[in-house]
Ligand binder design. Structure first.
Ligand code: NAP
Length: 309
């Protein structure tokens, strides 16, 4: 009887075709991962886009078929999230692997953000992904296996000026994922954070400006020097990076395929370097040093500064 059960389980495992759900697949890392999964028949795949981006996929040659499903999802909408998971459950039973990739990045100093923009940043990069996780966990718990893969960033270990809200969203994702790792360990569910640094792509074009940060760049003001230096600096670092969306997508695929992947997975050389800098250099030295390295930082705000001494 025991042998029969073992054989039955083995047979079922051979037919096991995990359902992978990836969010934010209209461009960048999400699109690169979608292209990889398109070629892998061992997975059933759901990729999601916002409705205004659905047209972008026809150029990429990705279409619906019996194991590849393109769905609409705005991660900030609780109704969208519920509808999507219900539809996947009806069609394929459950989600086995969730890749929370969708994200936005505000370029604004703290003073130029407001409650609405802060909330949108957090809803997209943190609250939405957590909402999706809550919807897929019950199915994973029932079968005692599953993977949650959250795309974080180097900004989740080191913050940069003009990107405070983005960093806050990634730090939040890092903290919650770490707690979830402990919670899920006894239940057979893996939790991983993918940490890309600068990625060579056009994603800097998708950066979002709050109305005040856009105004400050156009009209000047106490923070205009910060933007004048930081925006081209980040753009340049991205263009010079050896890491592409395809490289990061391969890293995510490796995590999908690994039996017990680690919690944190650096996805670029700079991410590994920053990891060790963060670990070994005392913060008291690290922050002044990084400030000194930032372009033009010694001139930032000088004309407007009332600093004494
Ligand atoms: N590029 C980098 O240098 C870098 C570095 C570190 C970490 N990351 C992280 O990697 C992930 C992917 O970034 P990427 O570089 O590939 O950026 P990207 O090319 O701008 O792609 C972002 C994706 O997220 C989607 N998205 C944005 N808001 C959404 C929402 N409310 N609901 C659903 N989808 C939404 C976008 O879809 P739409 O077409 O609908 O806007 C797009 O498909 C993000 O989490 C980002 O924080 C990127």
């Amino acid at each position: 009887m025991r042998w029969f059960n073992l054989l039955k389980r083995r047979h079922r495992d051979q037919r096991y075709q995990p359902v992978v759900l990836v969010t934010g697949c209209s461009s960048g890392i999400g699109l690169a991962l979608a292209r990889l999964l398109w070629k892998l028949p061992q997975y059933r795949v759901v990729i999601t886009l916002r409705s205004h981006s659905l047209g972008k996929l026809s150029d990429a040659g990705l279409t619906n078929n019996e194991r590849f499903w393109i769905q609409q999802l705005d991660v900030t909408s609780a109704e969208d999230r519920r509808r999507l998971i219900n539809e996947i459950t009806q069609r394929w039973g459950k989600v086995d692997i969730l890749v929370n990739n969708a994200g936005i990045s505000y370029r604004a100093v703290v003073e130029h953000m407001d409650s609405a923009t802060e909330l949108l940043q957090l809803e997209t990069n943190y609250l939405g992904p957590m909402g999706l996780i809550r919807l897929v966990l019950p199915g994973m718990r029932l079968t005692g296996r599953g993977k949650i893969i959250n795309v974080s960033s180097v900004s989740g270990m080191l913050a940069m000026p003009t990107m405070a809200s983005y960093s806050a969203s990634k730090y939040a994702l890092e903290g919650a994922s770490e707690a979830l790792w402990y919670e899920m360990r006894p239940l057979g569910i893996n939790v991983s954070l993918i940490q890309p640094g600068f990625v060579r792509s056009n994603s800097f074009r998708n950066v979002v400006y709050s109305s005040q940060s856009a105004l400050s760049q156009a009209m000047g003001g106490p923070y205009s020097e910060y933007y004048r230096h930081m925006s081209p600096f980040i753009e340049k670092m991205m263009q010079r990076s050896r890491t592409t969306p395809e490289t990061v997508a391969h890293t995510i695929l490796r995590v999908i395929r690994t039996e017990n992947p680690p919690l944190r997975v650096p996805a670029s050389i700079d991410a590994s370097v920053f990891y060790y800098i963060r670990r070994w250099v005392p913060r008291r030295l690290l922050h002044p040093f990084l400030f000194w390295c930032l372009p033009g930082s010694r001139t930032w705000g000088l004309l407007y500064s009332q600093k004494r001494g």
